[in-house]
Design a binder for this molecule. Structure first.
Ligand code: PXG
Length: 286
């Protein structure tokens, strides 16, 4: 029963689910996407992801040919058709096929693609021992060029930074913005803890406003942890007591070193562990 992909209105066997080589999603990275988790058969923070998808589409002048309610239903049907209880949904909307050239008026039929699959998780040791990061020399896209708040199909900015990290044997790389401030990692948002206060860059630092980030901020608020969204520089990260990343795939993952500087005592800190536990409760026990 596995292997069904939703593509523009119907569920097809994955071998049959194809798009045109003239689709501007492929030719120009012209489109938007979402990555969503399924926990215990339930699509996690479903409305938030669908809303961000439609906001990304609005920003690039892409009209999704379905309502948000229809999209939510299509995601749920795709998850059910693939028998996914714990897994991952990749939702893609392309500009559709057109003539060669950038003009969006010469495209038609945006393609809505929903893939529901299992997810390869980071090894459990990383959650126990933490990750090491390096800062990439590639800066995050300037918000006036391609705003990082848009989850677009053009991820080359992050891919180039990720290459710098993997070349140095690190699974994630820290990205700065055009002002030299800390923005985020290539596929995760960043938090630090200093003197008991949780800090993370604000959306106007040029980041994707992560849905996991927002969920962790809510958990911290409810747990009586002070949260500040404020500009951070690398020095703030180096001298932090704790650091962790958030993202749909990574969930909450501790960071124990950045650019060869040990963070805190070099082990995941108490606030990080507490938020990791609260996040697991939210996703596993509901
Ligand atoms: N920053 C960037 C640049 C991202 O791409 C996040 C932060 C975290 O956002 P969420 O909303 O997930 O908490 C992301 C998310 C994938 C994949 O398959 C990438 C992301 C999410 C899910 C899947 O590569 N990036």
């Amino acid at each position: 029963m596995a292997g069904k992909v939703f593509i523009s209105g119907s569920l097809l066997d994955k071998e049959q689910a194809v798009v045109s080589v003239y689709d501007h999603g492929l030719l120009y990275g012209d489109g938007v996407f979402e990555g969503i988790r399924v926990y215990g058969g339930k699509v996690f923070l479903h409305e938030e992801h669908i809303q961000r998808l439609y906001e990304s589409a609005l920003a690039i002048r892409l009209e999704i040919p379905m309502t948000q309610a229809e999209m939510i239903k299509a995601v749920e049907e795709t998850v059910a058709a693939n028998g996914i209880a714990d897994g991952y949904v990749r939702l893609v909307v392309t500009r559709g096929a057109g003539t060669l050239g950038l003009d969006i008026r010469r495209t038609s039929d945006p393609q809505v693609i929903i893939i529901a699959d299992t997810i390869t998780l980071y090894p459990p040791e990383l959650y126990e021992n933490g990750l090491e990061l390096v800062t990439a020399s590639t800066i995050r896209n300037h918000p006036s060029a391609l705003n990082p708040r848009i989850k677009s199909l053009n991820y080359l900015n992050n891919i180039l930074a990720k290459i710098e990290g993997t070349d140095q044997g690190k699974m994630e790389a820290l990205m700065l913005n055009h002002k030299g401030e800390v923005a985020e990692c290539t596929g995760d948002n960043i938090f630090i803890v200093k003197d008991g206060v949780l800090k993370t860059p604000p959306p106007d630092a040029g980041i994707l406003e992560g849905i996991t980030r927002n969920a962790v901020i809510r958990l911290a608020d409810e747990g009586g942890i002070t949260v500040r969204q404020a500009a951070l520089v690398r020095h703030d990260v180096y001298i932090a007591d704790e650091c962790f990343l958030t993202g749909t795939a990574a969930e909450v993952i501790p960071v124990v070193a950045v650019d060869g500087r040990k963070i805190g005592d070099g082990k995941p800190g108490p606030t990080t562990k507490r938020l990791l536990e609260l996040f697991r409760k939210l996703t596993r026990d509901e």
